[in-house]
Design a protein around this ligand. Structure first.
Ligand SMILES: *[C@@H]1O[C@H](CO)[C@@H](O)[C@H](O)[C@H]1NC(C)=O
Ligand SMILES: *[C@@H]1O[C@H](CO)[C@@H](O)[C@H](O)[C@H]1NC(C)=O
Ligand SMILES: *[C@@H]1O[C@H](CO)[C@@H](O)[C@H](O)[C@H]1NC(C)=O
Ligand SMILES: *[C@@H]1O[C@H](CO)[C@@H](O)[C@H](O)[C@H]1NC(C)=O
Ligand SMILES: *[C@@H]1O[C@H](CO)[C@@H](O)[C@H](O)[C@H]1NC(C)=O
Ligand SMILES: *[C@@H]1O[C@H](CO)[C@@H](O)[C@H](O)[C@H]1NC(C)=O
Ligand SMILES: *[C@@H]1O[C@H](CO)[C@@H](O)[C@H](O)[C@H]1NC(C)=O
Ligand SMILES: *[C@@H]1O[C@H](CO)[C@@H](O)[C@H](O)[C@H]1NC(C)=O
Length: 754
């Protein structure tokens, strides 16, 4: 009736239409959500090119998590996924979204759309270290369930909107490292009676490194649950509020590098360890214009670190109360502080003291080096003081690094007594906090042959294998003094990070195998404003050069959601960068299948988040186990060429999918049989679309590589005389190919074997 050619042409049109219909109707995900995700994919590209398959929830798109019924999208974790562009306003339609994390995509830019305020189910919003700019939209104040808001390390400018004060569940507020300005909004002065003081549960105010000005509002002292008050490196003026003594949970007070004036309030002495309260650990107020004399804070029984340097204090003697306060005192800094008179004779015997930084004062008299020299003491910086005598009670003691140049003891006859070691003019590198070069890698292994190809191809010193590690940069925002040079501390950091990561990964079924040798604390560096940056390398297991997507995504998620409350000296500690593995782009299709657990397991600071994520993980556990067993790449990833198949538009099916489709390979559904096996008619239950399933029988199966090659080839070939490959099944030792069904008897004939 029809010429063969035109019949074919007509059929292909019909099939295209059929497939299109299938695409839309097969989706179990809410069509509105699918539409938004497709929009995001188009807008952002990058890692989203891995979003393949027809249905985000069902096909487990990388970083996409859905509710129990697999209909609504509840989480998007697209961390360091090489996304570019702006956030489309349509994102506001993902109304079931609970977690949104787009952190560390440095090419995401532009203003935040006010439509983000429509995502009223959000608990967690993290947009760290992208390149967003403009004002923080007022509409974010509508996210009333939000507990975690991180907008740090972007280019946001303008004032903070007081409307954010409506976020009454907020615990974490991080806008550090932006260009925000103006005074901080508080309820008493804002039109809407909202502000940063109307967050009853807030634990973290991280506003450091901006251009905020005006006074520090005394209302912030109401935050009874606040642990970390980080306001450093801004332009605040006026006094430190007396009300800060009401911050009964406070552990870290960072106000350095502002223009604060007046005395340090004695009310701070109320913040002691008591019952559930941990006590004030750190006072950082250097580089302001504070004046008067230091109050007696000897009640602070947990004090660990004090820095009063570079202020305008009255001349005063060394504050003896320091030694009466805490047995934990590790660092005393008061450079350029107008301290006068003698040092306490037992200062170098303080039990926990590691660093004493008192250069540029008028301390005089003698420096006693006691018999019971503090065991942890590493640095004593006393340059430019009036010390005229060194009194070694134990001349054979092994001395810490003591710097006395520009003291009377280092001139004339004194020099002979002090010896050149104490009077060296060599710069005290640790005293200078602004060193901006990485110190050399903390662990090296000379017994490894160096076989790595280029700078990104890194030698793991523990295993001597090269790979492309995931690079994570931590910022320790309140480090103690000797942290950079103490490799035992880095071993501790490694141990703690590894421990937490392993705890996390063990909650996933099947557990991820993470070996301690995969984690390398690579470098540490002093950064501006008394911070320390640490670079971690996380390698793939031996045998692989690049971490698989699932693990990679899981680890990234852990690092961004987990603000590890490490014990001293690492608190507080933040992730400020995650660089994708350099070769990450080479992992292609379908590994996203492996990532369905993705990041679903953030733990730690936010228990609610943990609960939620673990429940997501557990919900997906069964499906994951099933899919993992079925994972076609398990076999192919180990093949010599190491590459997963490159499929154009074809999807893969599980054995159970095939059983469902063919009514358990019912003979009634058989279209034909031959030496290669049988062809069945299959029906997609959801849509009624009819397919043809070619099932290879024992003896006609191919090797993994041949099968891979065949489906690669078939998926690419689009020809009028060939039916299109819809997908394949490589599961439970089965090999099946799924074709478009052409209602034409001859079909089975030419499917046969050729
Ligand atoms: C907070 O501190 C201020 C000043 O120290 C004090 O007057 C006020 O009563 C305190 N408020 C509370 C609730 O403790
Ligand atoms: C000492 O501190 C004052 C006040 O902050 C500052 O102006 C001055 O530059 C400092 N001097 C030195 C040597 O650091
Ligand atoms: C004060 O210093 C002495 C050493 O002279 C030490 O034994 C004592 O434990 C210190 N007290 C506190 C509270 O640190
Ligand atoms: C230390 O300096 C003070 C004045 O600041 C002076 O009164 C005292 O005599 C000096 N002590 C010594 C031992 O030089
Ligand atoms: C760290 O210690 C090494 C020697 O152990 C020294 O050469 C180096 O200058 C120190 N670096 C810092 C930042 O203190
Ligand atoms: C250095 O490499 C060797 C050989 O692989 C290994 O046995 C050793 O543990 C490595 N050393 C360190 C410090 O990791
Ligand atoms: C990891 O789990 C172990 C045992 O459950 C626990 O003792 C340890 O504190 C956990 N470590 C971290 C860092 O959470
Ligand atoms: C540190 O401060 C200097 C001078 O203020 C600035 O130029 C530099 O960019 C800062 N570095 C970082 C890493 O912020």
């Amino acid at each position: 009736m029809y010429g063969g050619g035109s019949m074919r042409a007509w059929l292909s049109v019909a099939l295209v239409v059929a497939c299109l219909g299938w695409t839309l109707s097969a989706a179990v995900t809410d069509p509105g959500d699918v539409k938004v995700l497709l929009k995001l994919k188009k807008a952002w590209g990058g890692g989203l090119s891995l979003w393949s398959g027809l249905d985000p929830c069902y096909d487990g798109w990388l970083g996409v998590f859905c509710d129990d019924k697999n209909t609504r999208v509840t989480s998007l974790y697209l961390i360091s996924a090489d996304l570019a562009g702006t956030i489309p306003p349509e994102i506001g339609s993902l109304s079931a979204l609970v977690n949104l994390d787009l952190s560390f995509n440095t090419n995401l830019k532009g203003q935040l759309p006010s439509e983000l305020g429509s995502l009223t189910n959000l608990l967690y919003l993290s947009l760290q270290k992208c390149s967003f700019s403009g004002r923080i939209p007022e509409s974010l104040g509508k996210l009333e369930k939000l507990t975690f808001l991180a907008l740090n390390n972007n280019g946001f400018s303008g004032e903070l909107p007081s409307a954010l004060g409506a976020l009454s569940k907020l615990k974490w507020f991080d806008v550090a490292y932006n260009k925000l300005e103006g005074s901080l909004p508080v309820s008493t002065s804002s039109k809407d009676s909202l502000g940063l003081d109307t967050w009853p549960d807030i634990e973290h105010y991280h506003l450091n490194d901006n251009q905020f000005s005006g006074i520090i509002p005394p209302e912030l002292g109401n935050a009874a649950k606040c642990l970390h008050m980080l306001l450093e490196a801004n332009s605040f003026t006026g006094p430190i509020p007396e009300s800060f003594g009401n911050l009964s949970s406070l552990q870290i007070l960072s106000l350095h590098y502002n223009q604060l004036a007046g005395p340090i309030p004695s009310t701070l002495s109320k913040i002691i360890k008591f019952g559930k309260y941990a006590g004030l650990h750190q006072i950082r107020v250097s580089n302001n214009q504070l004046s008067g004399t230091l109050p007696n804070l000897n009640a602070l029984n947990q004090l660990e670190y004090v820095d009063f340097s570079n202020n305008l204090f009255d001349p005063q003697p060394f504050p003896k109360w320091l030694n009466e306060s805490s047995e934990e005192l590790q660092t005393i800094k008061c450079e350029n502080c107008s301290w006068v008179g003698p040092l306490p004779a037992d200062i170098l015997a303080y039990p926990s003291l590691q660093g004493l930084y008192l250069q540029h004062n008028r301390l005089n008299g003698s420096l006693t080096i006691p018999v019971n020299l503090g065991k942890k003491l590493q640095y004593v910086s006393l340059q430019n003081n009036g010390i005229s005598v060194v009194n070694p009670q134990n001349p054979n003691a092994e001395l810490p690094q003591i710097q006395l140049e520009d003291n009377p003891i280092c001139s004339g006859e004194g020099l002979l007594r002090a010896g050149p070691t104490l009077c060296s003019t060599e710069a005290n590198s640790n005293g200078a906090n602004e060193i901006l070069t990485w110190i050399s890698s903390l662990t090296t292994n000379n017994s490894c042959p160096s076989l790595c190809r280029n700078a990104n191809h890194v030698l793991n010193p523990y295993t001597c294998h090269c790979g492309y590690p995931l690079v994570v940069t931590l910022e320790i925002r309140a480090p103690i003094s000797s942290i950079v040079n103490d490799t035992s501390l880095w071993d501790l950091l490694k141990a703690q990070t590894y421990d937490s990561l392993r705890n996390l990964t063990s909650q996933i079924k099947p557990p991820l195998e993470l070996d301690s040798e995969q984690l390398w604390v690579y470098q540490a560096q002093h950064a501006n404003h008394s911070k320390v940056h640490v670079r971690l390398y996380i390698f793939a297991p031996v045998g692989a050069e690049v971490m698989d997507r699932r693990t990679d995504n899981l680890i990234k998620g852990w690092f961004t959601t987990q603000k590890v409350e490490y014990t001293s000296p690492f608190k507080p500690e933040f992730v400020i960068d995650i660089e994708p593995s350099q070769e990450a782009g080479s992992v292609t299709f379908g590994v996203s299948k492996l990532a369905i657990i993705g990041i679903a397991t953030g733990a730690g600071a936010l228990l609610a988040l943990l609960g939620f994520l673990v429940s997501v993980a557990l919900r997906q556990k069964r499906r994951f186990e099933e899919e993992r067993k079925n994972n076609p790449f398990g076999a192919w990833a180990k093949a010599e060429d190491g590459n997963a198949p490159q499929l154009k538009g074809a999807r893969w099916f599980t054995f159970n999918d095939m059983r469902r489709m063919t009514n358990d390979f019912d003979d009634d559904n058989m279209l034909g049989a031959g030496g290669y096996g049988k062809v069945y008619k299959g029906v997609m239950a959801e849509t009624g679309v009819i397919l043809a399933v070619k099932r290879a029988q024992e003896g006609s199966k191919q090797g993994a590589d041949e099968f891979k090659n065949e489906i690669e080839l078939l998926s690419r070939v689009h020809h009028n005389n060939l039916v299109g490959l819809v997908g394949f099944c490589y599961d439970k030792a089965e090999q099946m190919l799924v074709y478009e069904f052409v209602p034409n008897g001859s079909l089975t004939d030419w499917l046969r074997g050729e």
